[in-house]
Design a protein around this ligand. Structure first.
Ligand SMILES: [Zn+2]
Length: 189
């Protein structure tokens, strides 16, 4: 048998066996419902800072708004950080966390080096874009996995005509939570 014929034969066999395997393969178990996935997301660790002493606290991402630290009694807020590569507050390997953006909702450390009077709108916007909610690396990794699981669930609901559970939960990891800078959510002093 020539080499080419043998190769063709093997390929044909692989197709037939593959087909048989897929016929006899039992259906994979249904992905977990959305509620269970959201519950896991809210339980992921997130970083908060206390309002005055800026004590770093790691708590679940689903911590209720206006929670306070039992030790200091201070209110705690989801931590923000600045991604400006030239941020004066930048330290090697450790992001500078803060909860009180400046008047423009930008990084307070960057404020010192800015000349707002001469700043274009694009530059101002760039300073805003550099500020992000801080997400722990392990939480970011887990969020990716849960997002993939959610996608599988959505696909399952579509193919099995299962009604999706209405999302009643806020998104976790600080990203969608109001920050201290948000006047709409700030309690009266
Ligand atoms: Zn900065």
């Amino acid at each position: 048998m020539s080499h080419l014929r043998r190769l063709r034969c093997c390929l044909w066999l692989a197709v037939v066996l593959g087909g048989l395997a897929s016929c006899s393969k039992p259906e994979a178990p249904a992905p977990r419902p959305r509620d269970a996935i959201f519950k896991d997301r809210l339980a992921l660790p997130a970083v908060y800072l206390t309002a005055k002493s800026h004590k770093r606290i790691v708590e679940s991402a689903g911590l209720p708004l206006f929670s306070s630290d039992p030790e200091t009694g201070e209110m705690i807020w989801p931590a923000l950080y600045c991604t400006n590569p030239d941020c004066p507050g930048r330290r090697e390997g450790e992001p500078l966390l803060f909860i009180e953006p400046d008047a423009d909702y930008a990084c307070p450390q960057c404020a010192a080096k800015r000349n707002r009077a001469a700043e274009t709108e694009a530059v101002r916007q760039q300073y805003l874009n550099w500020v992000h909610p801080y997400v722990l690396p392990e939480t970011a990794e887990k969020v990716k996995q849960l997002d993939a699981e959610l996608q599988k669930r959505a696909e399952y609901e579509r193919t099995h005509r299962v009604a999706p559970v209405v999302d009643r939960h806020p998104l976790p990891a600080g990203g969608q939570q109001p920050t201290k800078a948000d006047p709409a959510t700030r309690p009266d002093p």
